[in-house]
Design a protein around this ligand. Structure first.
Ligand code: SAM
Length: 172
């Protein structure tokens, strides 16, 4: 297990522990925040070779912008609030990589099962409270993933038991 201090929300730093995006289908849950002075996460994943980005965000204006900018990819305006909101996307798009930043709704992983993740090789989650962290640490190994990094937000919350970025990939 590695750890590091992440100093910004810039995906070049925030999400660069995702190991392999080349030719991967990526499910980007919480893909918005386009007003920031750095790459959007869809743009970042495409720059690292992703073959398809399926982005979901509750901010419909940002989804429209992403559809305009990346017409070959899929952007959906939806609030993720129930487990079916995630499982339906997994079953339809069969992503190999998941990035999740949905402000506490990562707790829905507790209601999922190994079969839901059958296509997934790697998952990166910004978790927002200790309950979410406990759920991810318990459930992802049950689904066949190994947690390989727990990173802290240097500018905001230095206690990884409260908030942080967790990375997991399929156990060898
Ligand atoms: C901190 S920003 C993420 C910025 C950047 N895309 C990233 O992943 O680092 C969180 C984004 O997730 C969206 N969001 C938060 N909760 C959500 C939910 N439950 N369902 C869908 N989108 C959500 C917000 O509108 C916002 O655009």
């Amino acid at each position: 297990m590695t750890t590091k201090v992440v100093h910004s929300e810039d995906p070049l730093e925030h999400w660069n522990d995702i190991t392999n995006l080349q030719d991967k289908r990526v499910l980007d849950l919480g893909c918005g925040w386009l007003f920031q002075p750095f790459l959007s996460t869809p743009e970042y994943f495409l720059s690292r070779g992703a073959s398809l980005v399926v982005g979901v965000d509750v901010s419909c204006g940002e989804i429209e912008k992403l559809k305009e900018n990346y017409p070959d990819h899929i952007f959906i305006c939806r609030e993720i609030s129930e487990v079916q909101d995630i499982t339906a996307l997994l079953h339809v798009y069969q992503p190999q990589v998941i990035k999740m930043d949905i402000e506490g709704f990562e707790s829905l992983v507790d209601q999922m099962n190994a079969q839901d993740f059958v296509s997934v090789e790697e998952i990166a989650v910004e978790y927002h409270n200790p309950v979410c962290k406990e759920i991810l640490e318990r459930r992802l190994p049950e689904f066949g993933f190994e947690i390989f990094a727990l990173n802290q937000f240097g500018w905001f919350c230095t206690d990884t038991n409260i908030m942080g970025i967790l990375h997991a990939k399929r156990s060898a």
